[in-house]
Ligand binder design. Structure first.
Ligand SMILES: Nc1ncnc2c1ncn2[C@@H]1O[C@H](COP(=O)(O)OP(=O)(O)OP(=O)(O)O)[C@@H](O)[C@H]1O
Length: 262
């Protein structure tokens, strides 16, 4: 059974002048357990609107949205919130960590809504998750004292600490340099794979999109499946052959070896 299933989903908003602005048009998408999907699209194409629907934060205006076989539109707000809390983790471009709280306290946050053993063992679970992202030695650090890559690793630990079945990543490398972004994505991929979760990544970056199993493009609210052309690896520069003769004697104007100066 699919984890997430959208069929002919539309989303429109009513503007203050009472006109209706359509944002998403007949979006159909199925995400299977363990699958990694990327969505690219220009600014204003409707990515955040779609992400809010995928993450059960917002309802479609029309169309079908099923999560793990359940028709989300039929659920009460309380049950939908619980379904989201138990099953969905979010990773954002700007990390969205609580500034006055330590790394450990940030990762503990989602566990405050857990139940039973998960709740009682929460400090240990959060510490282990921070160890898993390589930050076991920074439990007491405040976000402001961590680098961008470290902050995103805390955010990943927070998103994954309840072992969600779906992770939604919105431009997860957007605030990081290329190298840090790649290592953060590699880490997230690894944990997502180990936990068997599904990952939906929204990105502008073709190299990040390439990591996914299936690729989509959102254009003016229309979602299309896409075949990615691999990002070309720049060719190594061609270096001139090293000089074979001693440079000094070959250079114009260089003193010639004579009997006097030899
Ligand atoms: N509540 C709203 N009221 C009015 N317009 C809205 C509302 N929500 C979204 N829009 C409009 O719908 C379009 C899509 O917005 P959305 O935020 O989903 O785009 P996006 O692809 O995430 O953009 P970006 O990459 O710039 O964040 C935009 O033109 C936006 O102004």
């Amino acid at each position: 059974m699919s984890l997430l299933h959208l069929e002919r989903v539309t989303r429109a908003v009513r503007l203050p002048d009472d006109t209706v602005l359509p944002i998403l048009h007949d979006v159909s998408l199925t995400v299977n357990p363990g699958e990694r999907v990327s969505i690219v699209g220009r600014s204003g194409s409707g990515k955040s609107t779609l992400l809010n629907i995928l993450g059960l934060l917002d309802n479609p205006t029309t169309g079908i949205l099923h999560f793990d076989g359940a028709d989300v539109s039929r659920l009460s707000q309380r049950r939908r919130d619980r379904l989201r809390g138990d099953n969905v983790g979010f990773v954002f471009q700007q990390f969205n960590l609580l500034e006055g709280r330590t790394a450990l306290e940030n990762v503990l946050m989602p566990l405050m809504y857990s139940h039973g053993t998960e709740f009682w063992r929460r400090t240990r679970i959060a510490s282990e998750m921070l160890e898993r992202v390589g930050l076991g030695h920074r439990l007491a650090s405040l976000p402001g004292s961590l680098s961008g890559g470290e902050q995103q690793r805390v955010a990943i630990a927070r998103a994954l600490v309840r072992r969600p079945r779906l992770i939604l990543a919105d431009e997860p490398t957007g605030a990081l340099d290329l190298e840090t972004g790649n290592s953060v994505m590699a880490l997230m991929d690894e944990i997502v794979r180990e936990d068997g979760a599904s990952l939906v990544t929204i990105t502008h970056d073709a190299a990040i999109a390439e990591r996914s199993d299936r690729h989509f493009r959102l254009d003016y609210g229309v979602l299309r499946s896409e075949t990615l052309v691999p990002v070309p690896v720049p060719a190594a520069p061609v270096l001139p052959d090293p000089p074979t003769a001693p440079a000094l004697s070959a250079a114009p104007g260089a003193p010639q070896a004579t009997e006097e100066n030899a």
